[in-house]
Design a protein around this ligand. Sequence first.
Ligand SMILES: Nc1nc2c(c(=O)[nH]1)N[C@H]1C(S)=C(S)[C@@H](COP(=O)(O)OP(=O)(O)OC[C@H]3O[C@@H](n4cnc5c(=O)[nH]c(N)nc54)[C@H](O)[C@@H]3O)O[C@H]1N2
Ligand SMILES: Nc1nc2c(c(=O)[nH]1)N[C@H]1C(S)=C(S)[C@@H](COP(=O)(O)OP(=O)(O)OC[C@H]3O[C@@H](n4cnc5c(=O)[nH]c(N)nc54)[C@H](O)[C@@H]3O)O[C@H]1N2
Ligand SMILES: [Mo]
Length: 821
Amino acid sequence: MTVSRREFLRGLATTGVAAAIGPSLVAPLANAEEDATLGTWKTSGSHFGAFRARVYAGKVQEIEPLAFDKHPTDMINGIKGVIYNPSRVRYPMVRLNWLKKHRYSSDTRGDNRFVRVTWDEALDLFYRELEYVQTNFGPWALHAGQTGWRQTGQFHSCTSHMQRAVGMHGHFLTKVGDYSTGAGQTILPYILGSTEVYAQQTSWPKIFAHTDVLILWANDPVKNTQVGWQCETHESYAYYEQLKQNLADKKIRVISIDPVKTKTQNFLDCEHQYINPQTDVPFMLGVAHTLYKEDLYDKDFINTYALGFDDFLPYLLGTAADETEKTPEWAAAICGIDADTIRDYARLMANNRTQIIFGWSIQRQQHGEQPYWMGAVVAAMLGQIGKPGGGVSYAHHYSGIGIPPTGAAGPGGFPRNLDPGMKPKHDNKDYNGYSSTIPVARWVDALLEPGKKINYNGATVTYPDIKMMVFSGNNPWHHHQDRNRMKEAFKKLHTVVSIDYCWTATCRFSDIVLPACTQFERNDIDLYGAYSASGILAMHKLVDPLYHSKTDFEIFTELTRRWGQHKAYTRGMDEMDWVKMLYNECREANKGKFAMPEFDEFWAAGLVEFGQGSDYIRHADFREDPEIAPLGTPSGFIEIFSRTIDRMGYQECRGHPMWFEKAERSHGGPKSDVYPLWLQSCHPDKRLHSQMCESEEFRATYAVQGREPLYMSPEDAKARGIADGDLVRIYNDRGQALVGAVVSDDYPPGVVRLQEGAWYGPLNEKVGAIDTYGDPNTMTLDIGASELSQATSANTCLVEIEKFNGEVPPVTSFGGPIMVS
Ligand SMILES: Nc1nc2c(c(=O)[nH]1)N[C@H]1C(S)=C(S)[C@@H](COP(=O)(O)OP(=O)(O)OC[C@H]3O[C@@H](n4cnc5c(=O)[nH]c(N)nc54)[C@H](O)[C@@H]3O)O[C@H]1N2
Ligand SMILES: Nc1nc2c(c(=O)[nH]1)N[C@H]1C(S)=C(S)[C@@H](COP(=O)(O)OP(=O)(O)OC[C@H]3O[C@@H](n4cnc5c(=O)[nH]c(N)nc54)[C@H](O)[C@@H]3O)O[C@H]1N2
Ligand SMILES: [Mo]
């Protein structure tokens, strides 16, 4: 049963490719073959995997996955369209009315009328605006702290370039947390002692060897591990195939607890447990109640490894202030799973080695802290935490977590911060009484209510009075919630600068837009496998930067030159100097453990492989001896009750996990009488957020009448006279969009899905204008998950839909700005 990664790969290799996975240190990747008619094959990588590209006549002709990648995603087919498409940012552009009326003309922001300028003009304006903000206001007025899914490559990682350069000019506002796991990463350190969400988890071979029941809870790894934070290896897919086989052989039970039949469920052909959206906590409380009442819980484990069970019991048993016993019957009325089934789950989990693996969407909702906390409590009651193939994981769907890691060191990156001893041009650190760091998803609140004080994770945050924002490597007009609220908020900004290679909605709502090139137009180096550390990948430049675009490195060299700090910025090194240095430092760090050849040999070959990783078991050391390996919680134990959180005195995150009703909830919850459908904005199957939406031919493989697909149940479609392929208007009080219906049995009544990252295409710049393509964040709710995390609540959102019969407006999302002279 303990099949190693290498055996998997070997088993799967059907062609001569197998030889390349042999013991040789560097794998020959047919990199240098040159042919007068065919051109050159070049190796590179991406979030979507490693590939080689045939370049002929200065143009990428075709792209195919590297032979190494046994399970390539078809998103590889979208890459060519990321390089060549009508939405590329071609020239430095400045918003017409901002230029004409000198800086500040908010009324027309978003009308997409822009003037082409030279690089010198654009960078002079950028510098002028930095000076304006630092001298007239201060560091509190400049927010350059948002981050996101910059393209891969350790050297060119673009947000680091922007933040180092802007930081060399002056201090600025930053963020804490992220949109991915904001609630989870805030609550879990109090409960399990680490964020858990970004931690290495129990390796798949251990799960295969020990797990009886695997619960995929709000989790779709077959969809979500197509991409990785660094170049994705897709080795996880060999394990999914093994899991499917084990399931067919009845060696394991796999249950997906999800309102929707997921891609993973369909792939594995596993059991499905439907649950009403946003109601996992009542279900878990019902399970905990049964574990307690039927004496199925592990008292020894609770006594040895956990604290606060007795403080939680009154709530569970109905003797606390709310006087409600959390019986399976109570839970059934909320979560839609009948009481006997809930009891069966408790027995099933207690009587078998049970591994729970949570996805993250479930905590991207109001009170998103609670399902993770209650999940830890259930796992503690089951007493299997730290056993191989038991316990709870919060990360098996992310960036190859679960592949046995090699433990090799990856290459470092370009420094985000100033070098020691460096001083910015304006060294003013006076934030005027405002907070210098704000929770990641609360910056629009800050724009709307500067000076307001909010609670956050035991502290007070005072919203700064932001005047200028700089975006690089993230797309807030995709990632943030409630577009029309954002439109209102952006009116107060004096200056917005975007550096991007494609004309996103963020560019449309900016004042200065600088054309970066794509990662395929520069040389770089990457770790192959973010968590598996399977190797080091060379990223060869495929073609020169298109149009007038430049690498972020060049852009910020030229910006810092304006105040004479460009040599400090680059450290006097060029692109290849940096790439070589990062490689050599990595080689040094791996010395004696992992052999790496000289740089030139690596660069010619394309990939250095580190071989077989070792199995890992989450929390095994803690289970072995909680005194020697305590958790990072205040007590060192699992905290079922957290004194620290209790003392914060928050209404909607108290001393132990609880069920809180949502602001909006389908299936009989608040507002469902007006807006009966739950809008889930899950991560896209054929994009990375907004990335690749611009890739035209690839988009055509999933778009419906040129719009983003809206997935819905046959029942909901029929009730509204909607047929598969129809144009549909989706709306609520916050916004409206035009989308294309996909009717699917995978969706239950009351649930619709619009995948996040669909490019926002407002008909015009006015508040309330219809979105012509289908960005879910046109409709989503923009509130903090609770006072603890203040994280995004994107999945707390109700809508209604209707067949669209009006005059069909064109899609405005793609094709760049309206150029005016
Ligand atoms: N409703 C809803 N909203 C969500 C989510 C959800 O589930 N539902 N998910 C949230 C989550 S988990 C996340 S992580 C965020 C993701 O939010 P983002 O990280 O903001 O999303 P991306 O689309 O990846 O944006 C990256 C941007 O950087 C640009 N870029 C990439 N590489 C480079 C480069 O090398 N140089 C320059 N200059 N620019 C570059 C890309 O073109 C793109 O515009 O979205 C969040 N928003
Ligand atoms: N292809 C692709 N993969 C990606 C990304 C991408 O953009 N594209 N983005 C990456 C990033 S940045 C992140 S953060 C991760 C996101 O990873 P996740 O947040 O885990 O992914 P989602 O697809 O949004 O949601 C996973 C599942 O949760 C279910 N779900 C939602 N709400 C509930 C609920 O209330 N209860 C229950 N039981 N289930 C619920 C959904 O139906 C869905 O099947 O994915 C990463 N992987
Ligand atoms: Mo994310």
